[in-house]
Structure formats: structure tokens, C-alpha cells
Design a protein around this ligand. Structure first.
Ligand SMILES: Nc1ncnc2c1ncn2[C@@H]1O[C@H](COP(=O)(O)OP(=O)(O)OP(=O)(O)O)[C@@H](O)[C@H]1O
Ligand SMILES: [Mg+2]
Length: 292
């Protein structure tokens, strides 16, 4: 595959906050079509910074970022806004507007194409509303469209965040710690949902994950960051102790904590009601979608 066929290509990226050491130090990553990459690394390794830099929420010091051949790093602000729509973000803390309804939060994802004032006045196109109903059904939230987001469980909020990212019609998903505040069974359901949706829609994704077993289970390719540098890039099957030591350092491996390596790590548990990747059912069977 030539680089320009790639949904996302990051070339020699350097990002620095202030005058200190770079937070991202010469990172190059090419994402293939429909490829799902798990980005792992200890706290402060630069995982969130990398996703922010792809959207140019933080300006890279040097390097290039291409979205389907379009160089994001050269775009003037007006064009950047349009290009950002093609990057769907899903955050750890959901970043929802808590006092608005589920439906309204999903529709804020159309803001890029409907315009700010229309969104503020909550005048949404009927087709967008129709699409939002469909997406909410897909993420297992049928019946909760009118609920306020502050009434939802963490897992339900994450589902709203997923629907909101999808209504943008992104080409690539950038997902930052989607399970960090969720219980183990819900984490598995959310990862199942994200990866199923990627495969249904042909989306490539970078998913930042603290939890190594989850990354291994759901991401065919893993990239390990250490102090802003790629120290591993390979199939999840190659993620052995030696690699984990390289990514997390010896201490973390001995503790088995930071890297999520404990013997009975939660994410190895099978979630009740969990949808299988092959089954194609929604991951809505869990209690967390039923009003908790
Ligand atoms: N807005 C900021 N201003 C200054 N420094 C920052 C800023 N955001 C992050 N950093 C620094 O950049 C480095 C990388 O941070 P980043 O948040 O990308 O790490 P991370 O891998 O996402 O960590 P975590 O797993 O804890 O989320 C850290 O040293 C952090 O202190
Ligand atoms: Mg982070």
C-alpha cells in the first residue's frame, strides 16, 4: 500500500508543549484501510497528545499528517474545520453536554455541517434526526432518546459518545481511553461495539488503551509508545513480556498493575450479554443499557 492510499498517515511527527522535552518525538504511523490499532503506553507516554495532534488541537512542531492523502498539517483553519469532521473522536469522559438529552447530544455531532447557530437553536434537519434514531438503536439506546445525559450510566454515556462520533460520517475514529471509567464487563461490551461498528462501516481506528488484555483482545495491531517514541509496532500476538517491559518498564511488569497484567484482569472476563464480533448483534444485552 502506498502511503497515499492510507486513511491516516503520520510522518516524523514531533509535538512539544512549551520548551520541555517533546511529548511526541518522531512518530510515524501508517494506518491501513479498516485497520484497528491499539495504542498502549504508560501514563504521560504521549497517547492523548498523538490523537490531539492528528486533529491539530495541538500544533505539531514538525512532521506531517495525511488524511486519505490530504495533508492536514498544511491546511488553513477554514479547511481544517471541514477535515476535522472526517475524524470521529470518542473520549474517556464522554464529553457530553450533561443537561441535554441523548438525542440532542448525538445531534451536536452534526454541528460541523449544520452550522453553529442552527445547532444552538436546536434546529436539526429531519434526516439527521432520523439518522440519530438509527444510530441510537445501533448502540443499544432505543427508548432513551429523550433522557437527559446526566441520568445515564457511564456505559450508556459512552454509547451516546459513539453515536455522536458516527453521525459526523468520519473516515477514521480516534478513541481515547474509551473504557477507563467503566467496569470490566461494560468495558468489554463497549470495545465490542466500537470494533463491530468499525468493521461494519469500514472505518480505521486508533484506540488508546490502558488495559493491555483489552488491547490484545480487540486490536489486531498494537503500537507501544514510550516517552513519545514508538517502541513497538506489530501484531497483538507478538505482545509478550519482553515487549511489555520495553513499553512499560520492568517495574510495571513486576507490579502487573499499570499495564493491566494481573492474572485475573477484569477484561478477560466474559461479559454477560456481550455481543460477539461475528454475531453481529448489538451489544445491548447488558444491564447498563437498561436504565442504570
Ligand atoms: N496541555 C498540556 N500542556 C503541557 N504539557 C502537557 C499537556 N498535555 C500533556 N502534556 C504533557 O505531555 C506528555 C504526554 O501527555 P499525554 O496526556 O499525551 O499522555 P498519555 O499517554 O495520554 O497519558 P495518560 O495515559 O495518563 O492519559 C506528558 O508529559 C504531559 O505532562
Ligand atoms: Mg491520555
Amino acid at each position: 500500500m502506498s502511503g497515499d492510499d492510507a486513511p491516516l498517515r503520520i510522518q516524523d511527527l514531533v509535538v512539544r508543549y512549551g520548551r520541555g522535552e517533546p511529548a511526541i518525538s518522531g512518530v510515524s504511523i501508517t494506518l491501513g484501510p479498516k485497520e484497528i490499532v491499539g495504542l498502549i503506553g504508560a501514563s504521560a507516554a504521549g497517547k492523548s497528545t498523538l490523537l490531539r495532534a492528528v486533529q491539530r488541537l495541538v500544533e505539531p512542531e514538525s512532521g506531517q499528517i495525511f488524511l486519505d492523502g490530504l495533508e492536514l498539517t498544511r491546511l488553513p483553519p477554514a479547511e481544517l474545520r471541514g477535515a476535522r469532521r472526517r475524524l470521529g473522536m470518542i473520549f474517556q469522559e464522554h464529553a457530553l453536554i450533561e443537561r441535554l438529552s441523548v438525542m440532542e447530544n448525538v445531534l451536536t455531532g452534526t454541528l460541523g455541517r449544520t452550522g453553529f447557530w442552527k445547532s444552538v437553536r436546536r434546529r436539526f434537519d429531519p434526516e439527521d434526526v432520523q439518522e440519530a434514531f438509527g444510530l441510537l438503536d445501533r448502540v443499544g439506546l432505543t427508548g432513551l432518546e429523550g433522557s437527559r445525559c446526566d441520568e445515564l450510566s457511564g456505559g450508556q454515556k459512552q454509547r451516546v459518545g459513539i453515536a455522536r462520533a458516527l453521525i459526523q460520517h468520519p473516515d477514521v475514529l480516534l478513541v481515547d481511553e474509551p473504557t477507563a471509567s467503566l467496569d470490566p464487563a461494560t468495558s468489554v461490551r463497549i470495545m465490542t461495539l466500537i470494533t463491530e461498528i468499525c468493521s461494519e462501516r469500514g472505518l480505521a481506528a486508533i484506540i488508546n488503551l490502558h488495559d493491555v488484555p483489552l488491547a490484545r483482545r480487540f486490536c489486531p495491531r498494537i503500537i507501544g509508545l514510550l516517552h513519545g517514541e514508538v517502541v513497538f509496532d506489530g501484531p497483538s500476538s507478538a505482545l509478550d513480556d519482553t515487549v511489555l517491559r520495553r513499553v512499560y518498564g520492568d517495574e510495571a511488569i513486576e507490579d502487573g498493575v499499570d499495564a493491566g497484567l494481573g492474572e485475573s484482569t477484569a477484561s478477560d472476563a466474559t461479559a454477560p450479554g456481550e455481543a460477539t464480533a461475528a454475531g453481529g448483534t448489538t451489544a445491548a444485552g447488558g444491564e447498563e443499557t437498561l436504565g442504570r
